[in-house]
Design a protein around this ligand. Sequence first.
Ligand SMILES: Nc1ncnc2c1ncn2[C@@H]1O[C@H](COP(=O)(O)OP(=O)(O)OP(=O)(O)O)[C@@H](O)[C@H]1O
Ligand SMILES: [Mg+2]
Length: 295
Amino acid sequence: MSVHPLPITPPTGGRPGLAADKPLLQAEGVTLEYRTAAHTVRATHRVSFDVHRGDRFVLLGPSGCGKSTLLKAVGGFIAPREGSIRLDGRVVAGPGPDRVVVFQEFDQLPPWKTVKENVMFPLLASKRAGRREAEARALHWLHKVGLDRFADAFPHTLSGGMKQRVAIARALAMQPEVLLMDEPFAALDALTRRKMQEELQALWEEERFTLLFVTHSIEEALVVGNRILLLSPHPGRVRAEINSHQFGLHSMGGSEFQSTARRIHGLLFDEPAQAGGAHATDAGNLSRSSRAQEA
Ligand SMILES: Nc1ncnc2c1ncn2[C@@H]1O[C@H](COP(=O)(O)OP(=O)(O)OP(=O)(O)O)[C@@H](O)[C@H]1O
Ligand SMILES: [Mg+2]
């Protein structure tokens, strides 16, 4: 069995001076299933991870490994079959304004509302703000994502990237405890995707929000995340957790970036299928050592 010398994330998420802080989000042994009359599909199997305040935590794994399902569970739309998800120590029992999702689809903005109205809507619906404050917050966040001039435009007049910026502004205007993003840039062309990653990074530098980000792109995971949870193919189990805070757009193409990307690829895909056993052991060791450090 090959050894993958990936840096295992220390319990503080690699941030010095925060050893004592408690995780904001804790997933403990989370098994998620879809049940129909005919059969049950297990999407994830006993997945555990901790997200600390200010983390850019990435769920990375192949298609069908349960990333979106995990995000839905954190959003409170699906209840775990086993295990628990806690936010700030409280069990997640349903959706709430403290968790807002940005999806991949461009049609997540109601088309009959202007850009500004779209951003205001969740603030008003959740009663987080009255009209005047909602409008001020909407304009503030539209400015942050560079869309001031489009406040009165309708979504169909915007490009895909601009629509995603509106969705990000709408989510951040809610000031959620955790921003959930499910492959938000996957439907964009390569250049726009790169630009959006850069803008997200810049927004995070300014605002330091907590991000839980789903992708199946290794490169995107390294660029966006400070910690990455690698999930096995269906049903998703934890293969490893790695520290990626040292990488960003600036490091793409560099040798450390590329060798880490190759190692992640190996961890995710290179083990032969028989390796259900072998790989599970390998991953188990990695995640056990990460847990052991936490103990
Ligand atoms: N509504 C559903 N009913 C039944 N099974 C589902 C449902 N949604 C997802 N699944 C199954 O659960 C598993 C995990 O799906 P999920 O969408 O979470 O994967 P994913 O990692 O997000 O994949 P992708 O990268 O393609 O988006 C898959 O086997 C999928 O077929
Ligand atoms: Mg998905």
